[in-house]
Design a protein around this ligand. Structure first.
Ligand SMILES: [Fe+2]
Length: 364
């Protein structure tokens, strides 16, 4: 059977006279007779008096319909049926016998035989049965092709949607940096470093993508903070600081409506929480904070310490290590802090150079 694409790209199977039929019978005369009969009807037909040879051939290039005798010395038709069903359940198998029993019939149907034929053959019936089986096989193959086509379309559209979403995220990130140039690159650096922490902790793969995006967008809620506060060079007043703190919840509100970013929204919401409950905006304690959020918290603080800000110089590695050793278990998760400390102890300079590289790509 052949497949041709239609205008939408969908390939439907086409009824074709060259459907492949196999005949398996230890009686060579029957093989010859049936082979000739099916070839005259226009089917591509092969005959086998040896069941093993037939199965080898089916393995190489499946047939559409197999007619097989039940009682043969080397291998019974029921065994052949079982083996064909194991290879490809969509091949239609028609069993043939001169001594039909109810037991064989039930057994064959249970195992997936398409039909049952008794010898001697009525050629009109044989022709009808072959045509019906070939048509059934065509419908089955067409159904499979359509199913595969739909799956492929869904995959393509999912890819397109994902790409659109990623570009929207990139735009959001640029929009934030345009408002607050001082934090240029902060999101991209946090995004990259949080994945380094994730690798160090062996975090499951499924958490990586939401964490990467959360790293990039964790401060997106600052879009809602007035310039007078966001860009203020000096220390914020208590009231101003309260306004600044709203950015965690604002970020959550921006991202939460996007269903596929539900986890990202949670991590963004929690990126200023502390293990001892002294963080904001929810004052979550310990396990109430999602584990990936705890990585984001540490990565974000580490970037803030390792880079120069208008109110402080960049900290050297030993001061960062001392700070995290002191806050381990109070502000920050013990395992996450240990992962960070072991990264610094292994190669602190390498980690710091990572934080001090400018203009890294936002989405790689
Ligand atoms: Fe923040």
């Amino acid at each position: 059977m052949t497949v041709e694409p239609d205008r939408t790209g969908y390939c439907a199977t086409q009824e074709s006279s060259n459907a492949r039929i196999a005949v398996i019978d230890d009686e060579k005369d029957i093989c010859l007779m049936l082979g000739e009969f099916f070839r005259r009807l226009g089917y591509e037909t092969e005959t086998f008096s040896n069941a093993r040879e037939a199965l080898d051939c089916i393995r190489d290039k499946p047939f559409d319909v197999v007619f097989t005798d039940i009682y043969m010395p080397a291998m019974t038709g029921i065994e052949i049926l079982k083996e064909i069903m194991r290879l490809d359940r969509n091949i239609l198998v028609i069993l043939m016998t001169g001594q039909p029993t109810l037991e064989d019939t039930i057994s064959a149907v249970r195992l997936g035989a398409y039909d049952y034929l008794t010898k001697p053959f009525n050629l009109d019936l044989l022709e009808i049965m072959a045509k019906r089986a070939v048509e059934q096989r065509r419908l089955v193959m067409e159904n499979i092709a359509y199913h595969n086509y739909l799956e492929q379309r869904v995959e393509e559209q999912t890819r397109e949607l994902k790409s659109f979403l990623f570009h929207s995220i990139e735009s959001l990130s640029y929009a934030l940096e345009a408002r607050d140039p001082y934090t240029k690159g902060h999101g991209a650096r946090v995004s990259q470093f949080v994945l380094t922490l994730a690798d160090e902790l062996g975090l499951p793969e499924e958490n990586r993508e939401p964490l990467r995006i959360a790293g990039l967008l964790h401060d997106v809620g600052k879009i809602g903070v007035p310039d007078s506060i966001l860009l203020k060079p000096g220390k914020l007043t208590k009231e101003e600081y309260e306004v600044m703190k709203t950015h965690a919840y604002t970020g959550y509100k921006i991202l939460a409506p996007i269903g596929s970013l539900a986890r990202v929204a949670t991590y963004v919401h929690e990126h200023h929480e502390r293990m001892d409950g002294k963080g904001y905006p929810q004052g979550l304690v310990g396990d109430e904070i999602a584990f990936p959020s705890r990585l984001l918290i540490v990565a974000e603080v580490c970037d803030a310490l390792a880079t120069e800000r208008c109110y402080k110089p960049a900290w050297p590695a030993h001061e960062i290590v001392s700070y995290f050793e002191e806050m381990r278990g109070t502000a920050y998760d013990i395992d996450v802090t240990d992962a960070l400390l072991s990264l610094f102890k292994r190669d602190g300079d390498e980690i710091l150079s990572h934080f001090r590289e400018d203009d890294r790509p936002v989405l790689s």
